[in-house]
Design a protein around this ligand. Structure first.
Ligand code: NAP
Length: 281
């Protein structure tokens, strides 16, 4: 067990951030969880909730006091608007005595990530997870309502990763030596098609789920109806229709960094079985 440290986690109410918080707490560290809305924030018990906005970096100063490690996201608004405040955030972090930084790669160019990589005053680690298992929660309402999933590109392969494993890799990189100047691609333990995922969810529900393949045109129409801007639709088409090799190649980062095997989608589905059985909101 390493010595107790105090860490600041940004994005702490989000899919990955809350797992970073939980892992750090489980390892006995003190955690500050940043949110723009301290009154309404849901974060794991035991974390200190702190208010701040990454688009206004000076609001982070109190949260950074006494902190040795900082977990960063690269966005600060709807549709993952890239942050332009990276250099100032890093300046404040160094001044506060932060020695280690992890950054959750956002899948594209990022001024914040560039600022982190250029900072030789801290040990930085870039976390590059592939598709999150949690994306399957998008199916929950339709499955609960009509035992059905409608998706394009159903035979695409994904090395999807359990978000808890991203949190575990982050927690180690933030608190232990030997991870500075590294970028870690983080995947799950197996390659799965959409059909494999649907079958895993059906197994934990104990009830069949039909998989209906959408054409590309139908998928685009659905994403438009959901309000996605054109660049997001383009990103989704590329990610699903032409998944890059990195997204469909299993690597052993989780086991190497944390000493535990990466969690399976079957386990993730069992943990979230209730979400697929509940009546839709
Ligand atoms: N989904 C995937 O398959 C996948 C795969 C690889 C990488 N990624 C990347 O992962 C990232 C998304 O992570 P996620 O799913 O964990 O996010 P998420 O669940 O959407 O959570 C968003 C978090 O960002 C915080 N936030 C947003 N704007 C903020 C601001 N201005 N100041 C402070 N906090 C702010 C929110 O905090 P409050 O609302 O509490 O303030 C919330 O905690 C993206 O960069 C995406 O590209 C996603």
């Amino acid at each position: 067990m390493t010595q107790t440290q105090k860490l600041l986690v940004t994005g702490a109410t989000g899919t990955v951030g809350r797992e970073v918080v939980a892992e750090l707490l489980a390892r006995g560290h003190a955690v500050r969880a940043l949110t723009r809305d301290a009154a309404g924030a849901a974060v794991p018990d035991g974390a200190e909730v702190v208010q701040g906005d990454l688009t206004e970096p000076d609001t982070l100063a109190p949260a950074l006091e006494g902190v040795t490690g900082l977990h960063l996201i690269t966005f600060g608004g709807p549709y993952f608007t890239p942050l332009e405040t990276g250099p100032r955030i890093l300046e404040l972090a160094r001044a506060a005595g932060v020695r280690r930084v992890t950054v959750l790669h956002g899948g594209g160019p990022s001024l914040l990530e560039d600022a982190v990589r250029a900072d030789d005053g801290v040990d930085w680690t870039v976390l590059m997870p592939v598709e999150f298992m949690a994306n399957a929660l998008e199916w929950a309402d339709r499955i609960a309502a009509s035992d059905e999933v409608r998706e394009p590109f159903v035979s695409r392969l994904s090395a999807m990763v359990h978000e808890g494993d991203i949190g575990a890799v982050a927690a180690v990189a933030l608190t232990e030596e030997g991870h500075g100047g590294r970028e870690y691609v983080i995947t799950g333990p197996e390659l799965l098609t959409v059909g494999d995922k649907v079958a895993a969810v059906a197994a934990v529900r104990g009830r069949e789920i039909a998989l209906v393949e959408l054409t590309e045109e139908q998928a685009v129409a659905r994403w438009r109806a959901a309000g996605h801007p054109q660049d997001v639709i383009g990103f989704l088409l590329e990610a699903y229709g032409n998944t890059p090799e990195v997204g469909r190649t299993v690597v052993d980062t989780v086991e190497k960094v944390t000493g535990r095997p990466a969690r399976t989608f079957a386990r993730w589905a069992a943990e979230h079985a209730d979400a697929f059985s509940a009546a839709p909101a």
